[in-house]
Design a protein. Structure first.
Length: 106
């Protein structure tokens, strides 16, 4: 737990026909990374519940009346592909953002 993964910065997500939800999660994974919080053996992504945010309608729009699992898998009828799990990079356990002191010593 605590392992960080990310999508490579050079992966062109704009060229991938992802569902709106998968695109949003992919861009976040590329920009901020994904932190492993459980080692149950199944993949689960967590987010804030739609009832707890002012933009609840945004969640409903992203889900398009489908389950999160189906949205992440994409809709082949719409020409969509699944979230690019195979592209995730595992960062070293020692990975962290540089501190101000580290930056000053370069």
């Amino acid at each position: 737990m605590g392992q960080i993964m990310r999508l490579p910065a050079d992966l062109d997500l704009d060229q991938m026909p992802l569902s709106p939800l998968a695109r949003l999660v992919a861009k976040a994974a590329q920009t901020y990374g994904i932190v492993v919080v459980d080692t149950s053996g199944a993949l689960s992504l967590y987010s804030q519940h739609e009832d707890s945010v002012p933009q609840a309608e945004l969640y409903r729009t992203l889900m398009r009346g489908r389950s999160a699992h189906n949205e992440m898998a994409g809709d082949p009828a719409r020409g969509e592909v699944a979230f690019p799990l195979g592209e995730l990079e595992v960062l070293p356990v020692s990975y962290h953002a540089p501190s101000d002191a580290t930056i000053g010593n370069r």
